[in-house]
Design a protein around this ligand. Structure first.
Ligand code: PEP
Ligand code: MG
Length: 565
């Protein structure tokens, strides 16, 4: 029972599922930043620079030590943060400011400010790194002042951690037996907080907005990472039951084994999304049956020139080797917009999300695409794949039947199985013209939602629109599946929607035959599908599609579950 009079629910973006109940603690406040500085006499300036260097070195060493003490993503994140503190460009900017007579503290604020402006202007993934810049700024300022390092509060019992945004350095060393859930006011689903929370498997909500500030330190809160809600005033007994249910569900997921099917034997292939050979190796340790989306552009984000066919093949081969006898779907470069690949992206566009990205780049530079297809074919051959284990290749951002036909032709010339992503609404609406040219399609719900709802997928303010439960998006998926039935074209989903267990049931009901998402979400989806039959999936699909909005669609499917139990 919830005390309605005193209960407050704050809604954010769900990142990691799981229910927890504990007192809230806030991350220690950041140091107040100097807004001006009185010019220092010339003879004091070298001393000031030295003060900065000593402080910055101390911060970098601490981060490096913490990096050495952990493994995996956490170690990478800490190393990258230490690298920012050691970055020559940033230190040069601080030196310039101290040479101009500013105090070390103000020089750090000035220098970091110019980098923040640059990153924000670049947008996309770069803009999400702004939190990291602010973090190193604050750590160095605290060090300069001899103040305690900003970051995690001390706690000796279970707590829920609330913060504006968590720095990578904090999240990377988080003890999840103490910090049982994370909720941030800012951040997006691809921010560092979200990435590390997924790795740690700790319930997490981001982009909870300013309402989160109404929750004061010490208040007992119920966090539902799956629903994206933080609630106060919940009866402790009821909260205890919800937490116990959530932990039992987690146990079920842990023990689930594939291949995935509904309880009456309707098969749904569960695949993993990867960005390189390492991720593919990790995916091979899960219950994923193969790779449903290999995002090749992420291999080349820092390559300033196009890698040769042989060098590309070497990179792709590692992914094939992780799944030597299984389905692997390679996506050709989806450069542009929030994924600037220096050798493939256009220099400047006013509206890059609607610009020359994905397959559109190849329309202007066909050789870039054909060299990549040659590299995929070469890697496939080198990995020993043959007619029994075909290599599937798909193009991102296909919008017209002509593009589908042109791309498929280029693939088939090289013995590759040809597909397209359905992520532009036009492609879904014109499925009857596109699908006859293709061997398979895969629905990219992240972009399909962005373009259907005309809402930037990276904007926390628009998260209520960029929700794949939007019935408008489900109707486009249904239309695609209906056409696919007549052309016998396999339809997959490879956007984040495929990681949501209830939505996976809806997608199955709509006619999707494979689901691909982050490999650590596979078991949760598989365990959930195993608990329903295909008729339930059909009813869930119907209920969600007929709902008036995303929340209503979620509620309609939940109501079907509640009616069942
Ligand atoms: C998508 O748009 O759903 C998708 C899978 O592609 P990406 O997220 O890489 O744009
Ligand atoms: Mg996409």
């Amino acid at each position: 029972m919830t005390d309605a009079a005193q209960s407050v629910t704050v809604k954010g973006t769900a990142v990691v599922d799981g229910v927890r109940f504990a007192p809230a603690v806030w991350v220690a406040p950041r140091p107040t930043l100097p807004t001006s500085s009185t010019p220092l006499p010339e003879d004091k300036r070298p001393e000031e620079l030295e003060r900065f260097t000593v402080a910055a070195d101390a911060v970098a060493v601490r981060l490096e030590e913490r990096s050495a003490a952990v493994t995996g993503n956490a170690a990478e994140v800490l190393k990258a943060t230490a690298g920012m503190v050691r970055d020559r460009g940033w230190r040069k900017a601080v030196r310039k400011a101290t040479n101009a007579g500013h105090t070390a503290e103000f020089a750090v604020v000035e220098a970091t400010g110019s980098f923040i402006a640059m990153f924000e202007k670049a947008g996309g993934l770069m803009a999400e790194r702004v939190t990291d810049l602010r973090d190193i700024r604050d750590r160095v300022i605290a060090e300069l002042r001899g103040e305690p390092e900003p970051g995690l509060p001390q706690a000796d019992r279970e707590v829920v951690l609330l913060a504006d945004d968590l720095s990578p350095a904090d999240t990377a060393v988080l003890d999840t037996s103490i910090f049982t859930a994370l909720v941030t006011r800012l951040g997006g689903p691809t921010s560092h907080t979200a990435i590390i929370a997924r790795q740690l498997g700790v319930p997490c909500i981001v982009a909870a907005g300013s309402q989160l500030e109404t929750i004061s330190e010490g208040t007992a809160v119920l966090v539902d990472g799956g629903a994206g809600t933080v609630t106060t005033g919940v009866d402790p007994e009821q909260a205890g039951r919800l937490v116990a249910d959530s932990r039992a569900k987690a146990e079920k997921i842990k023990s689930w084994r594939g291949p995935s099917q509904t309880k009456d034997g309707h098969r749904v292939q569960l695949l993993a999304n990867v960005q390189d050979g390492n991720a593919a190796k990790k995916a091979a340790e899960t219950q994923a049956e193969g790779i449903g989306l290999f995002r090749t552009e992420l291999c080349f984000l820092s390559a300033t020139s196009e890698p040769s066919v042989e060098n590309q093949a070497e990179v792709y081969q590692k992914v094939f080797e992780a799944f030597p006898d299984s389905k692997v779907v390679v996506r050709t470069l989806d450069a542009g917009s929030d994924k600037p690949v220096p050798f493939a992206s256009l220099a400047h566009e006013d509206n890059p999300a609607l610009g020359v990205r994905g397959l559109r780049i190849a329309r202007q530079n066909e050789e870039l695409l054909t060299r990549q297809l040659d590299a995929i074919a070469l890697a496939s051959k080198q990995a020993g794949r043959g007619p029994d284990v075909p290599t599937w290749v798909m193009a991102p951002m296909v919008a017209t039947a002509y593009e589908a036909q042109w791309f498929a032709g280029l693939c088939r010339e090289r013995g590759l199985t040809a597909g397209a992503m359905i992520e532009v609404p036009a492609a879904a609406l014109m499925a009857d013209h596109l699908l006859p040219h293709l061997d398979f399609v895969s629905i990219g719900t992240n972009d399909l939602t962005q373009y259907t709802m005309a809402a930037d997928r990276l904007s926390p303010e628009l998260a209520y629109l960029t929700d794949p439960w939007q019935p408008a998006v489900l109707r486009l998926i249904q239309h695609t599946c209906e056409v696919a039935k007549t052309t016998q074209t396999p339809v997959g989903v490879c956007g984040e929607a495929a990681a949501d267990p209830n939505l996976a049931i809806v997608l199955t009901g709509l006619g999707v035959s494979s689901l691909s998402a982050a490999s650590n979400s596979v078991a949760a989806v598989g365990a959930h599908l195993a608990e329903v039959d295909i008729n339930f999936c059909l009813a869930a699909a119907d209920a969600a599609m007929c709902a008036s909005g995303a929340q209503e669609a979620r509620a309609a499917v939940q109501a079907l579950f509640d009616a069942q139990s």
